[in-house]
Ligand binder design. Structure first.
Ligand SMILES: O=C(O)CCC(=O)C(=O)O
Ligand SMILES: [Fe+2]
Length: 270
């Protein structure tokens, strides 16, 4: 197993198999340490892809309790298939388009914005990359956002008055473990409609500014996931997205989400 830092991203190559108990436990510790550090992410190269996702699920289970709720209802398994499902994508149970089922670019977001206690760890394991090398993974660190946003903009995002499925929420907040973010612009707008809780013009302009920062290539890291690559992220400090796929792409990722035990820290809490 090699641990190295390449293009700003901590990487582990040739991880052990779960049967190699001592090496596996050391690997799990390294992964946990990386996602709970200032890096907030790690790329594991050469994690075997198997038909039942055993290795990914074993890694997830070693990091915290995996629940089926982490997978979308169309796939009652621990690992959810992220793939293009039709030309215009498919809707979820609320009728909201599942963006990952389209070949469109997917702006930076955190997963599970809409629910009260989002998973703090997200892993995406690449089974098959896009055939033309499209669909680059984008990561954006909350630490960089906090440096670019102005204090009054951050104050707006800290207010507990953004719409979600469970009521109002803050987008940025401080916990005992540091500063955290939850954000998905499409879901904010969707629940503003569904809850009849329109955004104020001030909120809208701060979110527009946030979106334009997230689109700026200066601070984000971008890389292509190859077969058997698995990226693991702290969903409280790292926003993720992907660039557009080739039309009709056969790219396939397996995604798991979980509540790490103990919970991951926010910025400044490591
Ligand atoms: O397709 C990707 O690379 C990202 C998918 C994603 O962010 C998601 O399913 O939440
Ligand atoms: Fe996501």
């Amino acid at each position: 197993m090699t641990v190295l830092t390449c293009s700003n991203m901590r990487t582990i190559s040739s991880p052990p198999l779960p049967e190699q108990t001592n090496l596996w436990n050391e690997f799990v510790r390294d992964v946990r340490e990386a996602v709970d550090s200032n890096d907030g992410s790690i790329l594991v190269k050469g994690l075997p892809v198997t038909p039942e996702d055993e290795t990914l699920v074993a890694l997830g289970r070693a990091l915290g309790p995996l629940s089926l709720a982490g997978a979308h209802s169309v796939d009652k398994r621990y690992a959810y298939n992220v793939e293009v499902r039709s030309e215009t994508g498919i809707p979820d149970e609320l009728g909201l388009l599942i963006y990952s089922s389209t070949d469109w670019d997917f702006p930076c977001h955190t997963d599970e914005y809409r629910i009260e206690a989002p998973a703090d760890l997200v892993a995406m394991h690449c089974v098959r990359p896009d055939e033309c090398g499209a669909g680059r993974t984008i990561l954006y660190h909350l630490r960089d956002l906090l440096m670019i946003l102005t204090p009054p903009q951050i104050d707006v995002l800290r207010r507990n008055d953004f719409p979600s499925q469970f009521g109002s929420t803050s987008i940025i907040w401080d916990s005992e473990g540091g500063t955290c973010i939850r954000y998905n612009r499409r879901e904010v707008d969707r629940f503003a409609d569904l809850n009849s809780q329109p955004l104020s013009s001030n909120q809208r302009s701060v979110l527009d500014r946030l979106d334009s920062i997230l689109r700026d290539e200066a601070f984000r890291s971008e890389f292509l996931l190859e077969s058997n690559d698995c990226v693991l992220l702290n969903n409280r400090t790292i926003l993720h997205g992907r660039t557009k796929l080739t039309t009709g792409s056969h790219r396939l990722l397996k995604r798991i989400r979980l509540h790490a035990g103990p919970p991951l820290h926010g910025v400044g809490g490591y």
